[in-house]
Design a protein around this ligand. Structure first.
Ligand code: FCB
Length: 469
């Protein structure tokens, strides 16, 4: 049976500044932690950096034309803080503002609603030198920067997103160290998580104080769907609880309920006393949201590790000596049944339905939007010049069915942004992983729409999702 999406469902695609822009030293942009990290030998596969990336900085019009061909209604991009404030504080760099202002205007002229993320991991390096996210100061400066952006772009932006995936920024950046700034200090990671919560609240309040209630405000989280290896095992269920605490409720708690969960504080007591939380911080973090952004790629299978058994790590977040799962070190992450994407991530659309319906039960009045979903596969340009990515089409198709299932079960999912518009710099994997619905030839920077982009355009046009065989 063919299923139909409602007419007001928002269709988009997503990117992030460091992953696509290039032009890292142009027009006054300062260095970010990802410039430093990617230029540190051994941190990124193949020594790749974002120096050129997709050269989007110089190809905005070409890329908007691609979006127009797709029939996109929305485009989710991120703003590079070091283009706006090269030092992370103080004077504003006008050419940086002008770049995003032009991008916004060109999107609007093409009939595409801009969805802007204020932070997708490219922290100005001077702020890291002063302590980074484990330091409170960074959150305060983020609030200032959010105010600057709200003044500059105002209501030309249709949705303001404070942060992208603070889980990755905190735990991959400061606990496992596979992301910039590459630090492995569990206590610092929890302090970072807290200051990201605070930063979210300060930024949200800054945007609202400039734009009032007309601002659509959001945050994007990568919430983890963990299943127990043995659903009858109290230990395995407790492992699931721990992952939910340190992976999900560490952000959902402050941002949506104004407090940290007690079990999280207890689980991490050996790491920190949470003394960095000041009176009023969690109340500040809870700023009323218009919509919650949900990023989803795969699920995890967990079990409690026996004290004498070796740790097992197959959680898809890069090979690291140190675990990103602070306070949950006795949780094992087991190999999941396939199929897998080129990231080695399992494909489990049912997990997306479960996640969305669970959120809808817990936060019934909060609309949800899929701000990222997609898959890397080893795409090649065929002799006929096309990129025939049937596996990506199938991945997207099955996840969009999962979205419809969640909607049928009552979840208010209002839109979907495919990750990503373009192949791009996939963080510590460099250019080795292709997530785009548009292929990028990194030698010529030529863009080639993959079959999935044609499929997506047709879906946007008809809103119809045919039954899978
Ligand atoms: C998410 C990130 C995004 C991209 C995808 C594959 O964690 O937000 O930048 O790398 O994963």
């Amino acid at each position: 049976m063919t299923r139909t999406f409602p007419a007001d469902f928002r269709w988009g695609s997503a990117t992030a500044s460091y992953q696509i822009e290039g032009a890292v030293a142009e027009d006054g942009r300062g260095p970010s932690i990802w410039d430093t990290f990617s230029h540190t030998p051994g941190k990124v596969l193949g020594g790749d950096t974002g120096d050129v990336a997709d050269d989007h900085y110089h190809r905005v019009s070409e890329d908007i034309a691609l979006m127009r061909d797709l029939g996109l209604q929305s485009y989710r991009f991120s703003i590079a803080w070091p283009r706006i404030q090269p030092a992370g504080s103080g004077p504003v760099n006008q050419p940086g503002l002008d770049f995003y202002s032009r991008l916004t205007d060109e999107l609007l002229a093409a009939g595409i609603a801009p969805v802007a993320t204020l932070y997708h991991w490219d922290l100005p390096q001077p702020l890291q030198d002063a302590g980074g996210w484990p330091a409170r100061e960074t959150a305060l400066r983020f609030g200032d920067y959010a105010g600057i952006m709200a003044e500059a772009l105002g209501d030309r932006i249709s949705v303001w997103t404070t942060l992208n995936e603070p889980w990755c920024a905190a735990y991959l950046g400061y606990a496992s160290g596979v992301h910039a700034p590459g630090i492995t200090d569990p206590a610092a990671a929890l302090a970072a998580a807290h200051h990201l919560n605070l930063a979210h609240g300060l930024a949200g309040r800054a945007v609202r104080s400039v734009l009032g209630e007309r601002a659509e405000l959001s945050v994007t989280l990568n919430l983890h769907v963990a299943r127990p290896e043995n659903p009858d095992s109290a230990d395995d269920l407790d492992a699931v609880r721990q992952i939910d605490a340190v992976g999900n409720r560490v952000f959902l708690g402050p941002m949506l309920e104004g407090r940290y969960p007690d079990d999280l504080i207890a689980d991490t007591a050996a790491v920190t006393d949470w003394g960095f939380v000041q009176d009023g911080d969690t109340a500040t973090a809870q700023v009323p949201l218009s919509v919650l952004g949900v990023n989803f790629y795969s699920t995890m299978l967990v079990a409690r590790r026996a004290a004498d058994a070796p740790a097992v790590r197959a959680d898809g977040h890069g090979v690291a000596e140190a675990s990103p799962w602070v306070g949950a070190e006795t949780v094992n992450f087991l190999q999941q049944p396939g199929p897998y994407t080129a990231m080695g991530w399992n494909i489990d659309p049912q997990g997306l339905t479960n996640l969305l319906t669970g959120l809808a039960r817990r936060y019934p009045d909060l609309p949800l939007m899929i701000t990222e979903n997609g898959a890397a596969f080893d795409d090649v340009v065929d002799d006929d010049g096309g990129v025939h990515d049937a596996d990506r089409v199938s991945y997207l198709h099955r996840h969009l069915e999962a979205v419809l299932d969640a909607r049928d079960a009552g979840a208010n999912v209002t839109g979907y942004f495919v990750w990503s518009l373009l192949d791009n710099f996939e963080w510590s994997y460099g250019y080795s992983k292709r997530f785009g619905i548009t292929y990028v030839d990194y030698r010529t920077l030529q863009r080639i729409p993959k079959d999935s982009s044609k499929w997506y355009a047709e879906l946007i046009r008809t809103r119809q999702l045919p039954a899978l065989d």
